[in-house]
Design a protein around this ligand. Structure first.
Ligand code: GRF
Length: 191
């Protein structure tokens, strides 16, 4: 299967997935990284990994549908099967949802449905919970809604955002790989 990773920022999850592919743990290809931020650090990671990066700036389009049609054309060119969101800070609209039904997944740094949206780690720290976690889920039209694929708990380090985020990232890199292995294995067994 051919995966397009979408990312807006650092791209550590993108890199973890790319490494799992390179090491043979994940049987897939990433023919393209899509970013909506032309200066995102994830682009440097893609260069280092030898994965082509396509920066598509939403500001260059009149609306989300026009932006997504341009992204979709690239995905079709690359014969993409799955969209994997990894720190992609934009809601997916009807154009892409319709073209990839049940084939768009996301990772979120909380035990959804708790703490959806921006700064989930900050939300967990502010709420004073002892445990937060990571969720990989299918994407629907909502913000961090959609059926859960895998979840894993991560203890909060009270008052310490940096340590909590580091622990979450470490789990994310493992959990995304496992979730994609699961999805691709299920797909294999259907054909
Ligand atoms: C991750 O915490 C992910 O759960 C959230 O955005 C962050 C992206 O981190 N959706 P990175 O860019 O993969 O390092």
């Amino acid at each position: 299967p051919r995966i397009a990773v979408f990312a807006s920022g650092s791209g550590s999850n993108f890199e973890a997935i790319a490494e799992a592919i390179q090491s043979g743990e994940l049987g897939a290809d990433i023919p393209v990284l899509i970013t909506d931020k032309p200066l995102a650090p994830v682009i440097t990671r893609a260069e280092r990994l030898g994965i082509p990066a396509a920066a598509v700036n939403p500001k260059a389009f009149p609306d989300k549908a026009a932006f997504e049609r341009t992204v979709l054309a690239r995905l079709r060119d690359e014969e993409i099967d799955w969209i994997v969101l990894a720190g992609y800070m934009r809601l997916i609209g009807p154009t892409l949802l319709g073209a990839f039904p049940n084939r768009i997944v996301n990772i979120h740094p909380s035990l959804l449905p708790a703490f959806p949206g921006k700064d989930a780690v900050g939300q967990a720290l502010a709420a004073g919970v002892e445990t937060t976690g990571v969720t990989v889920h299918f994407v629907d039209e909502g913000m961090d809604t959609g059926p859960v694929i895998l979840q894993r708990e991560v203890p909060v380090v009270p008052g310490d955002r940096e340590k909590t985020e580091a622990a979450i990232h470490a789990i994310e890199h493992e959990l995304y790989k496992e979730a994609l292995q699961k999805l691709l294995a299920e797909e294999q067994s259907r054909v």
